[in-house]
Design a protein around this ligand. Structure first.
Ligand code: PMP
Length: 426
């Protein structure tokens, strides 16, 4: 981590510093090897080769074919591409998960199509769904109960003949809860295997059922959890480089072969026709390197354990030393690096500012929602009231977090909370 005067950074879910090895890998492609990867000359082809290498690195991590990886500007674009891409493919092709279905044949039967998601998705998923809702698509927003985890039985109950897409995040960015992605993947696979249904009319004409596409936003999961798309039974998966010590403005969408995606950025034929525009090859090189480093680190397993231990020490320390505190989200179904705590009679944003004065960077939820006066939609979905939702902070650890950082926070936090409580209670 670059040295910043006695600064403790505990906001790794918002973004991560770029690993020096990633910067080293990117550097030649910013100046010397600057060519447009679509150009046919040697300078362009150097860039194209580097992009191929990065595509292989990402594909190896996900256990997919390189041509199933579409580079984007980040997870926001990947999520938009997945959700709108599947929805509009229904209009154009009918069944979005079967390339062989005749164009338009399913549309009238499917109406505008049905999408299942959860109440706690990232705003880029929720807003994409609301956008489609206005156009006549039907959206089911599943509950997550007090522990912040979706029930597989609720997913099963929500699926109808018209369900074209199920979009569920792997790890929540605010409370760190892990969703049962492999189980949902298995459920969808079983539904898809019942490919042929018969219509009720006497001719028993075979009708191919809509096969729901399974999309997973794995942005906050990739550092710590299995992202093998085959083991998980996932058709689409969104990723972002800046959460894994890579550069900002780069991400990827995994698209299982045969899944119909209608592009919404129109232009050239880059990225297999799914995403037009000159590709950010230095960023993509950095993403590839970051994922390669992540794979090596994950293989060793100690890193996840080290972070989990720091997280558990911190949770225990806060709950023991500060009265009126609660951990938000399930304790076990929780990603290694996330702590989200509510404090009685304390305003989360004031606490953030006080900690910042002391050189400690935390968050009140997602960086994308900061600046909004609305209480967190995630905490509200857990059944917390607006006051409690406003009185919480998110602490997220990462590769460069040390025990001394945790000790510093534990030394500063109780006094800061006490000070704010005194102010709020007059
Ligand atoms: N999904 C999740 C779960 C996230 O945490 C984020 C980043 N906060 C995004 C999507 C958006 O990622 P990006 O910044 O790459 O657009």
């Amino acid at each position: 981590m670059p040295k910043r005067k006695s600064q403790v950074y505990l906001d790794y879910a918002a973004t991560t510093p770029v690993d020096p090895r990633v910067i080293e890998a990117m550097e030649p492609y910013l100046f010397e090897k600057f060519g447009n990867a679509s150009s046919l000359h040697t300078i362009g082809q150097e860039s194209a080769k580097a992009v191929d290498r990065a595509r292989n690195q990402v594909a190896k991590f996900l256990d997919c074919k390189p041509m199933e990886v579409i580079f984007t500007s980040g997870a926001t674009e990947a999520n938009n591409t997945a959700i709108k891409g599947v929805a509009y493919a229904l209009k154009k092709y009918g069944n979005p998960s079967a390339s062989s279905s005749p164009r338009g044949s399913r549309l009238s039967r499917a109406g505008q199509g049905h999408i299942i998601t959860t109440k706690i998705e990232h705003p880029c998923v929720l807003e994409s769904c609301r956008y489609l809702e206005k156009q006549g698509f039907k959206i089911t927003y599943l509950p997550v109960y007090k522990n912040g985890v979706v029930k597989v039985s609720d997913v099963k109950k929500a699926i109808t003949k018209k369900t074209i897409l199920i979009s569920i995040m792997y790890v929540n960015n605010e409370i760190g809860t892990i969703q049962p992605i492999a189980e949902i993947g298995k459920l969808i696979k079983d539904i898809k295997s019942q490919t042929t249904k018969y219509s009720s009319n006497s001719s028993r004409q075979a009708v191919q059922a809509i096969k729901p596409v399974f999309h997973v936003d794995a942005t906050q999961a990739i550092n710590y959890l299995d992202c093998n798309v085959n083991r998980l039974g996932v058709d689409l998966m969104s990723l972002s480089a800046h959460k894994i010590y890579g550069p900002k403005g780069v991400g990827a969408l995994y698209v299982r072969k045969g899944t119909q995606i209608e592009p919404f950025v129109h232009g050239g034929h880059q990225e297999y026709g799914v995403r037009a525009g000159t590709i950010n090859h230095p960023g993509i090189v950095g993403f590839g390197k970051a994922i390669e480093i992540l794979q090596e680190t994950r293989n060793k397993k100690q890193e996840t354990r080290r972070i989990e231990e720091l997280r558990d020490d911190l949770i225990k320390g806060i709950l023991l030393s500060i009265p009126g505190t609660r951990l938000n989200g399930d304790k076990k179904m929780r990603v290694a690096n996330n702590i989200n705590i509510s404090f009685d009679n304390v305003e989360g944003e004031s606490l953030l500012i006080l900690l910042d004065f002391k050189g400690i960077a935390v968050s009140t939820g997602s960086a994308c929602a900061s600046g909004s006066l609305e209480p967190s939609h995630v905490l509200m979905a857990l059944g917390r009231g607006p006051l409690e939702a406003h009185g919480s902070i998110r602490i997220t650890l990462g590769r460069f977090t040390r025990e001394s950082d945790i000790k510093k926070l534990l030394a500063v936090l109780p006094k800061a909370v006490e000070k704010l409580k005194k102010i709020s209670m007059g």
